[in-house]
Design a protein around this ligand. Structure first.
Ligand code: ATP
Length: 292
């Protein structure tokens, strides 16, 4: 539950995984048209936005490696809101970071979405979700999805969203290797003509409708694996390890390098997590998140 009073809002900024990720074409601008099924998970940063009378932005973050100035996307989100709505106030933003950084989990994007939502509430701007998504899209292609609760198909550059039924109560283990990857570099390295396996997005949507677990698990495909796994063989090694530890389906999220692995029950996932966390320092046991 988000805590709200007149001056301060605290929001859960949830991470996402990609159940499918397809790249359809490359635009002359260098950006790619995608088709992907995004699913929120119950791993979140806590973002507290406080209204202050002076016109400034003061950002603090529990992760001391992240910038706290205009290089932070949450800071940029506040700047964008202040400029667009001529706000004569300022904001203190506190981020308690739990989502791994540069991981393919939309950690920065979800912080930006939370700041936009927080400012909308605090300043009573009355913006619709679509309006907030429009502002968010100017900051990053994954930001619009972060306003959805649950799962959605994302098309275009990621901004054309259609909410769908998500994968319900599915337990997974996430493993983030010690390195991060640059989303830009991964997309830049993609040779579409060399991609042999594309996800069957339609089939995945149908499988989710009926929660057909077998089809969901066999439909997990991410075309960006063709790039990231080549650049970082460690990611393939993690996938193999997770399978060896009893996972039913394993995939890299986004541009990586985080890998998620679904387990048939919480108990099985917990047992595997106990062992895997001895091997990987960034290893999380989480469930999918869908609107209640
Ligand atoms: P996406 O899946 O949207 O591509 P990601 O999970 O791959 O995101 P992020 O965690 O958003 O990647 O980090 C990408 C870069 O953004 C990092 O290099 C980081 O320094 C920078 N960054 C700026 N602001 C933030 C923030 N609030 N949280 C995380 N990273 C941030």
């Amino acid at each position: 539950m988000d805590l709200t009073n007149a001056q301060s809002v605290q929001l859960k900024a949830r991470a996402k995984i990609n159940l499918t990720l397809d790249v359809l074409s490359r635009r002359p601008s260098g950006y790619h048209d995608v088709e992907m099924i995004m699913q929120q998970i119950d791993l979140y940063d806590l973002v507290t936005v406080t209204l202050i009378s002076e016109k400034r932005i003061d950002l603090t973050c529990s992760d001391s490696f992240l910038p706290t100035d205009e290089r932070n996307i949450a800071y940029k989100a506040a700047q964008a809101m202040m400029t667009r709505f001529n706000l004569e106030v300022g904001f203190e933003i506190q981020i308690e970071k739990n989502i791994p950084v540069a991981a393919g989990l939309a950690g920065g994007s979800t912080n930006a979405a939370a700041v936009i939502k927080g400012i909308n509430q605090l300043c009573k701007l009355g913006l619709s979700t679509e309006e907030m998504q429009g502002i968010g899209f100017e900051l990053g292609a994954d930001v619009p999805f972060c306003f959805c609760e649950g799962a959605a198909i994302a098309r275009g550059l990621g901004e054309i969203l259609e909410p769908i039924k998500g994968f319900e109560n599915a337990w997974m283990i996430l493993v983030k290797p010690s390195f991060g990857v640059s989303t830009k570099d991964v997309y830049g390295g993609l040779e579409l003509s060399e991609v042999n396996v594309h996800p069957d997005t339609h089939k995945m949507i149908e499988a989710l409708k009926t929660q057909n677990r077998k089809d969901i698990l066999s439909g997990l495909v991410n075309v960006l694996e063709t790039v990231t796994l080549k650049l970082y063989p460690k990611v393939e090694e993690i996938k193999q390890t997770l399978m060896a530890f009893g996972a039913e389906g394993v995939l890299m999220s986004g541009s990586g390098p985080t890998v998620f692995a679904f387990y048939s029950s919480y108990e099985k996932a917990k047992k595997a997590h106990k062992k895997l966390k001895l091997q990987y320092s960034q290893c999380y046991l989480v469930a999918t998140y869908n609107k209640q």
